[in-house]
Design a protein around this ligand. Sequence first.
Ligand code: PXL
Length: 273
Amino acid sequence: MRVTQVPPVVLTIAGSDPSGGAGVQADLKTFTVLGVYGTAAITAITCQNTKGMSDYLPMPAQLVAAQITIVVEDIGCAAAKTGMLATAEIVRTVAKLTRELALSPLVVDPILRAHSGGTLLDEEGLRAMKDHLLPVATVVTPNAHEAAQLVGFPVDDAENAARAAQRLLEMGPGAVIIKGGHLREDAVDILVEAGKPGPLFLAAPRLEAHHTHGTGCIFSAALTAELSKGLPLEAAARRAKTFVTEAIRYGLALGQGRGPANVLAAGLMLPSW
Ligand code: PXL
């Protein structure tokens, strides 16, 4: 008899990007390349390509809840992440289900705006994120712009990013990683963890890259995949950073705008994972 070992099951709760570079599509590709089994609850259908987003339709919150529940009750969940949540009601529903279904570890990628500028979560959603979702997150992974909106002061260098990370930690998540891609200097990520001395600075050279569509989603998906394998947070964060750096280095010149970062190349560059 052949015995097949099953990989860890991971869940993404995020929006669909039909161009395949960000959102649920990026998450599932990243999960697959990193050797975990991806499941997905869709929060919104976006209409976008490499040039920008023209429209989106949020799903009813109860349909998001039903997707999560039917999957997790059947095949379980070794780790989960949230991406675009679209409405305050979806944010509150996901927070409630996180408690009820004991979704853990939970990576919260607090998507607020599209790269092209459109709002993906409004003011009420931001409030719900702070009040309900951050307190149940294992780790929250904002970029500098998202961190600034969450804390209410500018975040544009390592010093104020470290202060913002500490402020976000006080909102209740187990840890905070502020991604350095939008800071003025090197692409240094800042990690603070509750109960540990910090902050920790995770450095990487800044790449002159154009094809970067989906990098935020790829980082948080890779982090979720590595956490699902049982890695401690710092080790998982270092791997996720290396993974997304390689995906950016080999970004794909697809479409007429910003092409997608390349998770397949990243997986091939890091085969021992
Ligand atoms: O990169 C943020 C993001 C996340 N999820 C979806 C998106 C975008 C940006 O456009 O479309 C579905």
